[in-house]
Ligand binder design. Sequence first.
Ligand code: GAL
Length: 386
Amino acid sequence: MFTNYIKVFQLIAAVILSASVYGQKNDHSSFFPGKLWPDNDGNHINAHGGGILYHNETYYWYGEHKGANSLAEVGVRVYKSKDLINWSNEGVALEVSTDPNSEITIGSVIERPKVIFNKKTKLFVMWFHLELKGQGYAAARTAVATSQSPTGPFKYIQSFRPNQKSWPQNFELSQTQENIEEQHLEWWTAEWHQALVDGLYVRRDFKKGQMSRDMTVFVDDDDTAYHISSSEENQTLHISKLTDDYLGFSKEWVRVQPGGQNEAPAVFKHKETYYMITSGLTGWKPNKARSFKAKSMFGPWEKLANPAKGKNADVTFFSQSTYVLPINRAEGIYIFMGDRWNPKKHSDGRYIWLPLVVKQGQPAMEWQDEWSLDQLKYISDNHKAD
Ligand code: GAL
């Protein structure tokens, strides 16, 4: 009799437990790339072009708040999570300004925010792509803000055209002196392409600082931080070392893939090798991702294959890279984070997060309709790092 009671009790407990597990599964225990991603209040996460900061065993997801169009009307949002799937809305980390004279006034363009933590100053440092109000994408600036707390409020510091009056470390002396003038060249001709590879725009912008559009930041194991951005009319990437406080440019920098037309850079490290994923240049429309590797952040960077594999790999599963999050660096396991933009209604842009594995020196990812962190653990346990 007594054992029967125990059996009934066990049965009830099992039903309750499986119901709660089922409930969780129904809510958020899997990633559903491309589907609406509700935060803990049930609203689709609004953090586009984003990046992740892992701090005190907590993940912070920063991204562009998008309204109907792509101009900044709120600022940079931040969400918090312990498991990367369930996110609480922590509000606006960096708010746009109502002052029309502020560089981050409502109607400016604030894109691809990334936050890093400076161990010396104990400040959270946010970098983002800034375009000034009413100027389209002509200003081509990068900007910095800081906060004492990961959820903000971040205080706007200043914007830059990077590396003013300093030549890249991988420039020849002769390149600093060439004298081909831009107005004599027609865009997209072979002569124009050769001139830009030779440094046409680096020389043009030497005094006022280099252009900086799509960008990211990366902190190395020795705490050196780098700013990586699309420059020279989006034709060439620039990798620049930041100052020790992460608030400015050290003026040590290199050009990467001159004339290679790379945007949307995302950098990560596996063992002693640096990897980078980028996109081509088709605005909000998706294109084929690229990948690169290097033994040093300052290169040389070797071009690898398209990291996307399988169906729709030629359009990166209809997405554009924004960040790569390390999960198990020793084994080469990461999460690729991309944006599936919706220029008709920007707030409805979707997130494409997929497991990314480095195999024989090549990052690779495949489409999944649904996947869980257990799957990532399974891959991690069964993948032999090379
Ligand atoms: C994309 C870029 C986005 C945004 C957009 C504007 O290529 O990656 O961040 O700048 O162009 O058209």
